[in-house]
Design a protein around this ligand. Structure first.
Ligand code: FDA
Length: 309
């Protein structure tokens, strides 16, 4: 109920304006989204680097409605990659791209447009000395995203994949993708999916995550463990030491602003940790999704809307 209400609120212009203008809520927004401009993202990546954290930067904005909008997103990524290179951050910061933001959902040829646009971003990333990971969206896009990934990996083999443990198909996808050199981010999955294609009960999703972790960590692929769940992080660590995985062959990933103490704890024990940094003017829907995941964040946010400081 709460989650559905919040997801509806993600389309509310009124709440967005309040959030953007109430002084207290600006601070809450800044905790999860460092800013709207390229310079804000680069600054956040630089600050994370000083704490021993790497980053993957996402320009917020999904479901573009025209080829021009898709081109604007590509240009934003190209400027970002240029700026990361110039700031000397390319070895610590990569980018995450949603294919819907570069045209995948457009009728007549959207998939090919997305491949073309993603190729431009991958080429710029390679020139700057870094990589791209393709975010995964709802299940209707999985086949198309994996096809585009395969095409991109012909020229850019380090392009990262994302698999969602909640999808029933994922163990099979992992089997196909877990080869040496393949970078795979495993997450639970952020989209509300039907029972026919996904596990929908929390415990079933967690169990599926553990099964996928076993497969991923037991494989030669580079493992990117993207969860804030303390139990799953512990299980990943245990599986990795049982499999004699080196610390360099995997990383933990967190969203910007979520469990920063845990990020630092893992770094202090020698683990690799990457933070997903979203930026851009389309921050509101992203923020509401974070609220839907964690009621304590929602309380903080609602309180901040009415606070004067
Ligand atoms: P979940 O939300 O189930 O929470 C489990 C436990 O973790 C909680 O009980 C609590 O202990 C702890 N926790 C969670 N949130 C917390 C918070 N804010 N503060 C403190 N503790 C908290 N999804 C997708 O569909 N496609 C994608 O490409 C990506 N990419 C991606 C990258 C990265 C780096 C991350 C971390 C996540 C994604 N996701 C994603 C999102 C992912 O699928 C999922 O929706 C969220 O990470 C929430 O699930 P968790 O595994 O964190 O646990």
């Amino acid at each position: 109920m709460l989650r559905r209400g919040l997801l509806l609120a993600s389309n509310s212009g009124v709440i967005k304006n309040m959030a953007a203008n109430a002084p207290g809520s600006r601070r809450v927004v800044a905790r999860f989204v460092p800013g709207e401009r390229t310079a804000d993202a680069v600054r956040a990546a630089a600050e994370l680097a000083t704490q021993g954290l790497t980053s993957t930067i996402d320009r917020l904005g999904e479901d573009v409605l025209s080829a021009d909008q898709a081109t604007a997103t590509v240009e934003a990524y190209l400027s970002l990659l240029q700026a990361l290179g110039e700031a000397g951050l390319a070895d610590r910061s990569e980018v995450s791209v949603k294919l819907s933001a570069v045209g995948q959902a457009l009728p007549r040829g959207g998939e090919f447009l997305a491949l073309h646009n993603a190729t431009l971003i991958c080429a710029k990333a390679a020139e700057a000395g870094t990589t791209v990971t393709l975010d995964m969206e709802d299940h209707t896009t999985t086949d198309s995203t994996l096809w585009i990934l395969t095409e991109l990996r012909r020229d850019f083999p380090a392009t990262g994949a994302v698999l969602q443990a909640q999808l029933r198909r994922t163990e099979g996808d992992l089997r196909d993708l877990s080869y040496l050199g393949s970078r795979i981010r495993l997450c639970k999955g952020a989209y509300q999916e039907p029972d026919s294609v996904a596990f929908t009960a929390r415990e079933d999703i967690d169990l599926a995550y553990v099964r996928c972790l076993r497969r991923l960590i037991g494989s030669p692929a580079y493992a990117m463990v993207a969860t804030h769940d303390p139990r799953l992080i512990e299980i990943a660590g245990t599986l990795a030491s049982r499999a004699n995985r080196s610390k360099e062959s995997m990383e933990y990933q967190f969203l910007y602003g979520v469990r920063p103490d845990e990020q630092r704890r893992l770094v202090a024990q020698g683990d690799r940790v990457r933070v997903y940094v979203p930026y851009g003017d389309e921050w509101y829907g992203y923020l509401v999704r974070r609220m839907a995941e964690k009621p304590a964040n929602l309380r903080l946010f609602l309180k901040s809307l009415t606070s004067r400081r």
